[in-house]
Design a protein around this ligand. Structure first.
Ligand code: ZN
Length: 332
């Protein structure tokens, strides 16, 4: 099995080099060594690049939640190997949504185990089976004809399993429940592990990095503020004991004082801030809008490594505001 994989890491590492590791927008300038941490006797986290996390739940059936960027597939496979898990040992990969940093590596792992099923919302399934359209839009966003985060590979339709409201994955001794949580994307799901009471939040609760308590992720093209706030309420009602953020790491909810309310307020504040800027500066281009947004949110200047994400969030909010008729002009 690992012999068959040996050319994949080499190929992707070469791609990574060609893409220029040091200019990747999401990563720090130093090479990140994957951090692997056992949260309890079932859950292991893989901090792939300091920004993106995958989670392995070992039960009678094993499930990997999130799969990182395509370009990080070799590291993730290597990390799994370090805890003696091969793709053949994985029964399911659960994806919160099909953005590249969540779904990108799934095809590489699924390829190594034809019995493995990839779980996704029905609206995301076609992008796993044929990622060409998704990759096209990623490349368009970079404007360079290639994606520095690597190429997704297609997953055979028979390996893609759509899940949604009311579904639960039978892990053997325990269950992983599925909840639709639109807002960040229409097809966003979160997963709730009944045994550990852990909630795998994807991007539904934003991100949480060291030094930065919380930041929104409200990207184009289907960010919806009201849905995002309703999803936060739905998650709060589940009363998870632990939140497992894809960006990045676990948090005991008892440590998150006032978290859900603060997060909901942040959706309103960011949205209102972008609206004001758009109204005051009707001729500003998206880059100028982002600069003005940073000026009004000084604390975000301290996290240049996340400006790529913040820039996308501002654009996503603009598109949302245009959709609901709060701003006009320039955003397509
Ligand atoms: Zn996303």
């Amino acid at each position: 099995m690992w012999g068959r994989l040996s050319s994949l890491p080499q190929l992707l590492m070469a791609t990574k080099k060609a893409a220029g590791w040091k200019v990747l927008p999401h990563f720090s300038l130093t090479v990140h060594i994957m951090n692997i941490e056992k949260l309890d006797d079932r859950i292991t986290l893989f901090d792939i690049d300091g920004f993106t996390t995958s989670w392995l739940i070992r039960d009678r059936r094993n499930i990997l939640i999130e799969s990182g960027y395509p370009i990080n597939a070799p590291e993730l496979l290597e990390g799994l190997g370090r805890v003696s898990v091969t793709p053949r040992d994985i029964d399911f990969i659960a994806l919160t949504h099909v953005h590249l940093d969540h779904a990108g590596g799934a095809g590489y792992i699924a390829k190594e185990n034809p019995d493995l099923k990839v779980l996704v919302h029905e609206k995301g399934a076609r992008h796993l089976i044929d990622p060409s359209k998704l990759m096209e839009s990623v490349k368009k966003a970079y404007g360079s004809g290639h994606s520095p985060e690597g190429e997704m590979v297609p997953i055979p339709a028979r390996q893609v399993l759509t899940v949604g409201s009311g579904d639960a994955i039978d892990l053997g001794d325990n269950r992983l429940e599925v909840y639709p949580t639109p807002g960040h994307a229409k097809h966003h799901l979160v997963y709730f592990d009944t045994k550990s009471q852990s909630l795998f939040s994807g991007d539904a609760l934003g991100g949480k990095l060291k030094g930065l308590p919380n930041f929104l992720m409200s990207p184009p093209s289907d960010y919806d503020k009201e849905s995002a706030k309703q999803s936060i309420d739905a998650i709060r009602a589940m009363e998870p004991k632990r939140i497992c953020f894809t960006h990045c790491g676990p948090c005991a909810t008892e440590e998150l004082n006032g978290f859900y309310e603060t997060l909901k307020k942040k959706h309103d504040l960011w949205s209102e801030c972008v609206r004001e800027i758009a109204v005051e500066n009707p001729d500003a281009d998206p880059e100028k809008m982002f600069e003005l947004f940073l000026e009004k949110n000084e604390e975000l200047k301290n996290y240049p490594e996340l400006h790529f994400s913040f820039r996308l969030s501002v654009k996503g909010i603009l598109i949302y505001l245009k959709k609901i008729g709060k701003v006009s002009g320039y955003v397509s």
